[in-house]
Design a protein around this ligand. Sequence first.
Ligand SMILES: *Cc1c(COP(=O)(O)O)cnc(C)c1O
Length: 476
Amino acid sequence: MVEFQNFLRELPAVDRLLREPPVEKLLGLLPRRLVLPAVQETIENCRREIIADQNDPAKLGAIDLSPAHLAEKAVALAKKRAAISLKPLINATGIVIHTNLGRVPLAREAKDALAGVAANYNNLELSPASGKRGSRQEHLEQLLCELCGAEAALVVNNNAAAVFLVLKALAEKREVLVSRGQLVEIGGSFRIPEIMAASGALMIEVGTTNKTYLRDYERAVTENCAAFLKVHTSNYRLVGFTAEVDSAELAALARQHNLLMFEDLGSGALIDLQKFGLSPEPLVQDSIAAGADLVTFSGDKLLGGPQAGIIVGRNDLVSDLRNNQLARILRVDKFTIAAMEATLRLYLDEEKVAEKIPVWQMLSMGEDFLKARAEKIAGQLSSALKDAEISVLRGISRVGGGALPAAELPTWLVALKPKNYHISAAELVERMRKGETPLVLRLQHDTLLLDLRTVREDQEQTLVEMVTGAFYSNNT
Ligand SMILES: *Cc1c(COP(=O)(O)O)cnc(C)c1O
């Protein structure tokens, strides 16, 4: 019977491990407060292992207590801890607006603008004309007015904040009418009834789940009514026996009763999706033209910019919002403004949008091009991988991010099915997700699916390396 206490006694002390050459070397590269806990944890893990295996001499005997071995483990752990947490990855899911993966990549122009502002002082709140203090919103307002046909604009932290600010500043303690068909939940935590309650506006539901008519709104108007809110049901579709009041009719009724009409457009398209063979999404400029008093939408969905909430509409109302203390609380930083300005400028030349803004580049990518890329990658993988059946097949990409839920974008997928079963498909997915450049893809039954729509051409080489690497490495 092996005495496990002897094993415990043999465990090297922290100081001993700190003097091991690989650990000493690492201390020259990484902060001590990162290395020391890794060393302590490595010893502690080993101690637990000994205690757990105390009645199993074979297992106990297999535990390597040498300082060299433990030092190596501690170094690996410290290096893992030292790696940056938020980092780029390759999205091969084919879901274009992917909230968990940062929604959308920015255009090169936006990236360059960000880098310039990050590394330098800038004129964030300095009016170039007078040299006096200016508003940070000035960098965006004119552009937004021009693109949306609106009188005024204000940009805040995200669209949830935009909706909240509008309700709180303009309808607190007053009634706001919403169709029962538009009480949506977006991304788990944004729910119309809850955002209304939090803002202090009193939500009055009108119509039914599937049908709401103009007369439903009209009948519900009272003395204490402030506004109608129209919400774009961005992430689900009501089909079949349905009726919704259009923006122009609702805006006209609001005016007639001296009420406001707000529209939450969510995905906020500025260009017509039908150009790319997709079903139409309401355009911001159409809602403004239809008479909405204020329209809110996201900066990082179909607009393809940074996270932000954009409010456009009547000058007097935007001015009230700007003067509200909440606008200060929800204000955007210089990075958002830099990336947003550069993105919006690209919309001035509509012909260039599909070429320059990644979200539109991806949405408009042609099937033939996708097929050619899939075949090329499949070819490269086939010559590098002996342990997978590789094929190219038709599939569907998604817009994602709660926009166009029903849209099916035809695509071509590279399918990899591990054979010989030395490793499962699920394990491969995990290895790829944990790789040096993480790769996220689809897993269907026991087949890995790569959709190149969301992969840039300059990432293809890395993608091939990450996939092959996952098959032939075993350090998960
Ligand atoms: C996405 C969405 C929101 C929330 O926007 P964020 O920018 O994610 O805060 C609100 N309303 C609608 C209709 C949306 O689609």
